[in-house]
Design a protein around this ligand. Structure first.
Ligand code: HPA
Length: 219
């Protein structure tokens, strides 16, 4: 997120079993720039490090902002989705490499509902539900891949399922507001460009910032 909303928040560092993690904080709130500075590509993000750090900081819940492409013509760029489920067959992260522990994954319905209500309260159109499909990146999906994925889900991104999985393991309620920044490759006639994704994402940033201000009670 290219937001300056958290620029003035205090920088802290937390040591974790997965390396040191940079966190910003103000009052009882914390902010993590998941890609880091300078930004790392999605497949190199230290998911375990920052979810571990946020858990150690005893956060009660996590609201994430994720950029996605739309797999459905009716789900337009510029709109928002609060996923109710996700699909990620590959590279599933875990805190439990050395323990025989399992989870039955599901998104936190109570937090999803509150997030949706907060969107409505600030005058955003009610975000759709949807199934989030996670790909590894950093390249986008081929048209052939999108042809398969559109039968499985509603939006595609490279980050949310990993975070949701680890939060479920850590017992932290997690919900995501996904900014639909493009139609996935081949969903509509025109050629997809990275510029289009950046441009739409930037346009949606204002609404996201207003939402985060409301959630963090920033004046
Ligand atoms: N695919 C994967 N990740 C994304 C996309 C996409 O089309 N748009 C934004 N993040």
């Amino acid at each position: 997120m290219q937001s300056t909303l958290f620029a003035e928040w205090k920088d802290i560092t937390r040591e974790t079993p997965y390396g040191a993690v940079a966190v910003k904080t103000e009052g009882r709130h914390f902010f993590v720039q998941r890609h880091g500075i300078p930004p790392l590509p999605p497949h190199r993000i230290n998911y375990r490090g920052y979810i571990w750090a946020l858990n150690a900081l005893k956060v009660k819940e996590i609201i994430a902002v994720n950029s996605v492409g739309s797999l459905k013509p009716g789900l337009k760029p510029g709109s928002f989705v609060i996923p109710h489920d996700f699909l990620s067959f590959w590279d599933v992260p875990t805190f439990w490499d050395d323990e025989m522990k399992f989870t039955v994954p599901e998104m936190d319905e109570e937090l999803r509902g509150r997030l949706s209500k907060a969107c409505e309260d600030i005058g955003m159109e009610r975000p759709a539900s949807g199934i989030y499909v996670q790909t590894r990146g950093p390249r986008l999906e081929t048209r052939a891949e999108v042809g398969v994925l559109k039968k499985m889900g509603d939006v595609v991104g490279m980050t949310m399922a990993s975070e949701a999985t680890l939060c479920i393991e850590a017992g932290i309620p997690y919900a995501s507001i996904c900014s639909v920044d493009n139609y996935c490759n081949g969903i509509v006639g025109r050629r997809l460009t990275m510029e289009e994704i950046g441009r739409t994402g930037l346009k949606s940033l204002g609404a996201i910032e207003t939402l985060l201000k409301k959630l963090c009670e920033i004046k």
